[in-house]
Design a protein around this ligand. Structure first.
Ligand code: ADP
Ligand code: MG
Length: 601
């Protein structure tokens, strides 16, 4: 008896603060969200020492009168909901009425506010739950809340705060999320008096993305929209070459609220499948609008998770709109022309310049001698490149290259050149591109196998002499368990005495591969992964392997005819810009980029 007592309000707030206020970043989130709920058109965030010392948020929203200001720091006080039915369609970011009370219980606060129809404002100070009188003051309309020395009376919590840099990363992340979700509001943010962001509400979303991240990311985004089945989706998708090793640059917003949702994350991953290697993540910004009644936001104290009433619909719509955009876009990777050492080196003396140019020329002569175009010199030399025989010593000045720009449709015969027996350089209307012969052919063979397997299966060719080899017990079991896969691939393999199999027929499409090596690797793959994967994934693995083995290799010299065939097949091939593992097959370079690098423009 007597062991149970009711906690006082300050204790309740401190416990709530444990859930809602983890670090300075959470304070920024809560205060900025309150400003947005107050209808602000401008929000200024100022932070000192990663928010450990000060977080100040100023808005031009509708403000509070003296009574409301006093009330707002009490637990469970909110102006945003009144009755339980309001919980069914929450249109504001806040509604739980616990943020200000929580923050005020663990820091020193100063708040000032003025409503638009009042000439006078009010201020209040609260020091870890101890509230001052409300005092009249003169101030602009709107609200400013300053939070100093977070957790200063709670050494155990303060100890968990990280370095200024780490805390600042969290603060910026929270700021970024809210600024992205509210593109029409002006935002500024400063750290230790230095302005970090100044975002205008009149900017477009992609300008805002450029302001918050980088011009490079914004430039790489492809925009798409859809409005179907009650879901309005507006998305920006990063081209595969700016993918990341984690999903931090995947931002999903639901009615102006940043959320993390496993269905949507899955839809994004699926959309990028085959465009990216399995361990890479696309850069994506997805803005979803849907009726407030169709999901529940009251699931998590920080409201970062929601519960969709029809999660499958959200999943399929997001997947469809993203996938469609990716499939419909030209995703050839844009090649980056590196600043060469010559460009980065200190300016050369006049004498050195001559020697330097001659040595470059020698290297070029050597290069062209070694990698003579595959057919006649005339046919495959790039226009504009000086013939290899002319010596640069004649002019150490800039080589006199004149381009004859090609117009669309003028490239009757592509100008191409195989280099290092691995890459094909092809002249295009805008510049040139470099194809990875193996990756490209692998994609072509992958598509062909996939298409044939889903229809009649691969056509097989009888080998003149069956080839036999010894198998292990697990390989034999893998063979017996997967006869269907062998049939689909057009592989006729028979048991030929104990522990021996013979390959009798082999698919024509994989003519580039050695039958015994292929079947041996196939058996290993089936033995290895047969149990681990479902039938569909296993078949995909097999097709991947077959495509890799059946494709032209790196280091394989190709004839002009073979290159022409490869280019023709590429034109007919879907998703030709990526191999089946998501790696690029082609890099594009433009003459404009070259001219910039050579300082011609
Ligand atoms: P909630 O946002 O969940 O309602 P808070 O504790 O964050 O709870 O805020 C309590 C109340 O204080 C809000 O409901 C709102 O009425 C008022 N308030 C807080 N910040 C502001 C602001 N910047 N401008 C106007 N009113 C505010
Ligand atoms: Mg709030």
């Amino acid at each position: 008896m007597g062991a149970i007592s009711v906690l006082d309000d300050n204790m309740i707030n401190m416990i709530a603060a444990g859930e809602v206020i983890e670090r300075p970043g959470s304070v920024v989130k809560e205060l900025v969200e309150n400003s947005i709920d107050s209808g602000a058109t401008r929000i200024d965030v100022a932070v000192e020492e990663g928010g450990r010392k000060l977080i100040s948020v100023t808005d031009d929203g509708f403000g509070m009168d003296g009574d409301d200001l006093a009330m707002s720091f009490e637990p469970h006080t909110t102006s945003k909901i009144r009755a339980s039915k309001d919980l069914q369609a929450i249109a504001t970011l806040g509604f739980r009425g616990e943020a200000l009370a929580s923050i005020a219980s663990v820091a020193a606060i100063k708040a000032i506010s003025r409503t638009r129809d009042s000439l006078q404002g009010y201020s209040v100070e609260i020091d870890c739950g101890a509230k001052s009188e409300i005092r009249p003051c003169s101030c602009d309309y709107g609200t400013r809340i300053e939070v100093r020395d977070l957790f200063y009376k709670l050494p155990a919590r303060r100890k968990f705060l990280r370095t200024v840099n780490t805390e600042m990363t969290h603060v910026i992340e929270q700021f970024t999320r809210t600024a992205l979700a509210n593109g029409s509001i002006d935002f500024t943010m400063s750290h230790n008096g230095r302005e970090l962001y100044n975002l205008s509400g009149s900017q477009s979303l992609s300008e805002r993305i450029a302001g918050l991240f980088s011009e490079e990311i914004a430039q790489s985004l492809m925009e798409t929209r859809s409005e179907e089945k009650g879901l309005n989706i507006h998305a920006f998708l990063g081209r595969p070459e700016i993918s990341r090793t984690n999903n931090k640059l995947q931002y999903v917003f639901l009615n102006g609220r940043f959320i993390r949702d496993k269905f949507i994350s899955h839809a994004i991953r699926e959309a990028y499948r085959t465009f990216l290697e399995p361990d890479r993540f696309g850069v994506v910004f997805v803005f979803i609008q849907m009726p407030y009644e169709d999901y529940d936001v009251n699931v998590h104290p920080t409201k970062i998770e929601v519960r969709f009433y029809n999660a499958n619909l959200v999943h399929s719509q997001v997947l469809a709109v993203l996938r469609e955009k990716l499939l419909g876009s030209n995703l050839d990777a844009k090649g980056k022309i590196p600043i060469t050492q010559a460009g980065a080196a200190p300016p050369l003396q006049a004498k050195d310049q001559g020697e330097h140019a001659v040595s470059i020329r020698r290297a070029m002569d050597e290069f062209f001698r070694k990698h003579r175009p595959v057919e006649t010199q005339d046919r495959f030399t790039f226009r504009g490149v000086r013939p290899a025989s002319s010596s640069l010593a004649e002019s150490p000045q800039r080589a006199d290259v004149s381009y004859e720009p090609l117009r669309q449709g003028q490239l009757q015969q592509p100008y191409f050149l195989q280099i290092h027996d691995s890459y094909i350089v092809v002249q295009t209307t805008e510049g040139f591109e470099i194809l990875d012969q193996h990756a490209l052919h692998e994609r072509i063979v992958y598509n062909q196998i996939k298409q044939k397997i889903t229809s009649a299966g691969l056509e097989s060719q009888k080998l003149l002499l069956p080839e036999s080899f010894e198998v292990s017990a697990s390989q034999q079991r893998a063979f017996e368990d997967n006869t269907e896969i062998f049939e689909k691939l057009g592989l006729e393999v028979v048991l030929f005495g104990p522990k021996t199999v013979a390959v009798q027929s082999f698919p024509g499409l994989l003519a580039g591969a050695n039958p015994i090596d292929f079947v041996r690797d196939l058996l290993d793959l089936l033995a290895d992964k047969g149990k681990q994967f479902d039938a569909e994934t296993l078949l995909d693995e097999v097709i991947n392997m077959a495509a890799c083995k059946g494709a032209i290799k790196a280091g394989q010299k190709l004839t002009a005819g073979e290159i022409e065939q490869l280019l023709a097949e590429r034109d007919r091939c879907e998703l030709s810009s990526r191999c089946a593992h998501g790696r690029p097959t082609v890099l594009r370079f433009s003459i404009a980029d070259l001219e910039k690098q050579f300082k011609r423009t």
